[in-house]
Design a protein around this ligand. Sequence first.
Ligand SMILES: *Cc1c(COP(=O)(O)O)cnc(C)c1O
Length: 501
Amino acid sequence: MMGMLYTSTRGQTEMVCSAHAITRGLADDGGLFVPQKFPIVELEDILNLSNLSYSERASKIISLFLTDYTCDELKECMERAYSKEKFSGFAAPVKFVKDKTAVLELWHGPTSAFKDMALQLLPYLMTLAAEKTGEENKLVILVATSGDTGKAALEGFKNVKGTTVIVFYPEDGVSDIQKCQMITQQGDNVEVIAVKGNFDDAQSGVKSIFADETLYERLKENEFALSSANSINWGRLVPQIVYYFSAYADAVKGGYINAGDEINFSVPTGNFGDILAGYYAKCMGLPVHRLICASNTNNVLADFFNTGKYDRRRDFHKTMSPSMDILISSNLERLLYHLTQGDAAKVATWMKDLKVTGFYNIDNNDLNKLQKTFFGTWVDEIETKETIGNVFRDKNYLLDPHTAVAWRACDKYRMLSSDERFCIVLSTASPYKFNVSVLEAIKPECASHNLDPFAALEQLQELTGIEIPFNLRKLETQKVLHNKCIEKQGMKDMVLNILNL
Ligand SMILES: *Cc1c(COP(=O)(O)O)cnc(C)c1O
């Protein structure tokens, strides 16, 4: 069999193997790496996944893409990443909450958010990739985070030899618990920096560091190479494809759907990585009818899927689902590449327009094609709270705000489309991670402006009887180890400073 190769969405680089795509993160032409074709998984093989452990399921799917890793290597990576010590029990359980609606819980990892599904695995993939590509430089992993990626990357890469992790987060753009998780991070190779700005500022800063050729040379001379743990990295995306297959197999096994039935998934979306993995699963033969792209008040994607115009020129809103407070969804670039059957020149033009003028338009033909698979909608703050309250009261199931956005988006889709297919709602964070908002939603009389996040943890446990995840409970007593805060123009200097250059 020919190995899988990867090409850039902007078309100006050679095809590379997966190890190369994973060590570099971003292609040299500024584009993102995409697989040159999609392997097909037969229905029978999908159904058989239900008899396997999560790490075995992951090996089956991921080996189709990472053809330059051996089966033994992958097996070992998966076993370490999805071990019992890292994930309490099965890594991605499906909870059947009400008729035709299930929740895929992706937050049983060490940081209580779905980013662990990929970031517990990425360090193993990356260190092997560095060996395979003969990379002798020390890897400097730059991360811009809206809250969850940062902590998950820090946990995944802490004390991993040959790597340094530098995380930039928006000073006031993350929840108290998220901030606390990051600034107490231990490890001899980690740095956590607050940036005065929002997530898009932090992400743009990181992207321009990647694009800086003089910096690249200077780092190389000093035996450093940059890489990324954001979902622009192929090594972040590929592990996310697994749980779509896994959930489908479990839904058939549980008797909730028949083998071969098309179903829908509703995905709380920010940078478009999670939902793109669902699209890839569909391209590989998973019976998916629609992917519901759920946004919060930052509704740039909802507008895009409804009008074909992507327009970032709008106010940025801080919401109770901060991991989706994003106006520039990087992974959409990959979808556009597939949509246009690999028209890299067109993609490059759109991306340039987005950068220079702040918007681009796709034509009607492309939009119609998109709408066959994607449905975009958005959910405001009041609806989000209402949904958390209603689902808890009626179904005794506690949603975090991100998951509540996806749940409500599914309701809206059903109302508008009359499509009553089975829907799996992706649950991306533990409700305890956003405990103040969740508590206010289920018990409005608790709403006070300065509810202490640790008191809120306890109150939520009393109210719901659900145990506080240990990683969050222990935070209160941990020492603050990181307190740097910089202007958004200072990110590059900070990187140089950290590396003693
Ligand atoms: C990152 C994140 C999202 C958004 O996922 P994308 O892949 O960026 O679209 C949604 N919810 C939570 C809790 C997250 O951490």
